[in-house]
Design a protein around this ligand. Structure first.
Ligand code: SAM
Length: 234
């Protein structure tokens, strides 16, 4: 899978691929990452990429020409590229989007800056638009990285142990049960005793009960979905 980050600030993104799982995925040839800077496509004398908003309003907007030409170039280089714009006003990105997008061959993430991107560019080039939550970031780079990371771990062989994907939160409507590591006792706190007895069926039941408790506390709407589904299955 190829990822192209369309950004004015590639240096904000690069560091994330220099260590840990995604750096190993690059070494193994499972993913590759490239950058495209709209400023390099600007026709203006000083490589300008922003301008004041037409119709008034505070702040600058990324003007269409540099980004338009950058994305035209990208599509000419690969007609299969799937172009995603990051914007706070879109639908929220979810785990099932990460799984679905892991099957693409090439994804480009377009990061806005300033007050955002001229809407005509979004209309022309966006295959999808996503938000990562109801808050405003200074730019789309962090949001692009969030999507890239979540998608990458669903690409075959990126995770050392792919079984860990199956039990994670959001694979079903339930959140994952609490995890514990060694030692069994730490600072006078013990792990749940059932976890230590080796009876896998009992451990599974306890984990399910703890999962339900956690989901009820943090995401009650998800527990409702879980219970509705279970009652359909009966
Ligand atoms: N003026 C815009 C608004 O009120 O909707 C916010 C622009 S924001 C300062 C600049 C850029 O950051 C956006 O174009 C987008 O690419 C990115 N961004 C900010 N918050 C985001 C979020 N929650 N999800 C995805 N991208 C976001």
């Amino acid at each position: 899978m190829k990822f192209t980050f369309v950004t004015l600030f590639a240096n904000l993104v690069e560091g994330y691929f220099q260590d840990s799982i995604l750096s190993r995925a690059i070494e193994k040839g499972l993913i590759c990452v490239e950058y495209l800077n709209p400023r390099d496509f600007s026709n203006s004398k000083h490589a300008k990429v922003d301008d004041t908003a037409v119709g008034g309003g505070a702040g600058m907007v990324m003007n269409p020409q540099p980004l338009y030409d950058a994305l035209k170039f990208l599509k000419q280089s690969d007609k299969n590229v799937h172009i995603i714009f990051l914007t706070p006003v879109a639908k929220p990105f979810r785990q099932n989007d990460a799984k679905r997008l892991a099957n693409k061959s090439h994804i480009a993430f377009v990061s806005g800056r300033y007050e955002g991107i001229d809407e005509r560019v979004v209309e022309e080039f966006a295959d999808e638009v996503f938000s990562i939550g109801d808050y405003i970031l200074t730019g789309g780079e962090l949001a692009s990285l969030v999507l890239c990371d979540a998608i990458s771990r669903n690409i075959e062989a990126v995770l050392g142990n792919s079984e860990s994907l199956d039990v994670e939160s959001f694979e079903t409507h339930l959140l994952e049960a609490p995890s514990f590591s060694k030692p069994q006792n730490y600072e006078q706190k013990s792990v749940p005793s059932e976890y230590l007895k080796g009876n896998h069926s009992k451990i599974r039941s306890l984990k399910l009960a703890l999962s339900e408790c956690k989901t009820k506390f943090f995401r009650p709407e998800q527990l409702l979905k879980h219970r509705t589904r279970k009652s359909y299955e009966k």
